[in-house]
Ligand binder design. Sequence first.
Ligand code: OGA
Ligand code: MN
Length: 211
Amino acid sequence: MLSESPVSPEYLSEALQLHLADDLVEHGWSQQNIFLPAQLTLELAAECRLLATSGALNAASVGRGTTQAIRTDIRGDQILWLKAGQSPACDHYLHIMENLRVALNRELFLGLVDYESHFALYAPGASYQTHLDRFRDDDCRTVSVVIYLNQDWLPEQGGALRLHPQGECTQDIAPLGSRLVLFLSADMLHEVLPATRDRLSLAGWFRRRPA
Ligand code: OGA
Ligand code: MN
């Protein structure tokens, strides 16, 4: 299931597309190390840090509508939603994800129509309790994506993404820079364990059209 080969930013190889798609169907999740080019990972990490120091990140909330609330005991990250044109690095990343969207549609006929994504920073001790990425009143989110932006992450620093695949063993995935994780938004229970250092990522969702 693991693959170590780097991916060209402009071109996702046929083999990688098939590997990601097969894993998603078979296991409900997939992982690719060194998915983003190293330089782009550095640029996105620097941008995330700058946004944090300039106060542009906001405490993430849970729930929707009247039940939406900031509950740092449930979810402790600080986020900023990406907008096209916000920086060359973000546009490069969004371009890579657009290629992935087209590839997933071609392999799996998922009818994915767009991609939404935010920077996330978990300060030391922050976590996100076990949850699904789908809202009760909105089933558009279909494939969840996380890409990590952390250089030199050590296992003892914690901060794993813990997946709870149905009928399979729990999987702990360390937030290593350039690593991609994909999973099916509707089914995959998951959580973020606390870390001893800042934990930076881009989280995103490929969405299909509302029913
Ligand atoms: C999320 C989430 C996982 C991670 O933002 O919904 O589950 O590893 N993130 O950051
Ligand atoms: Mn989630």
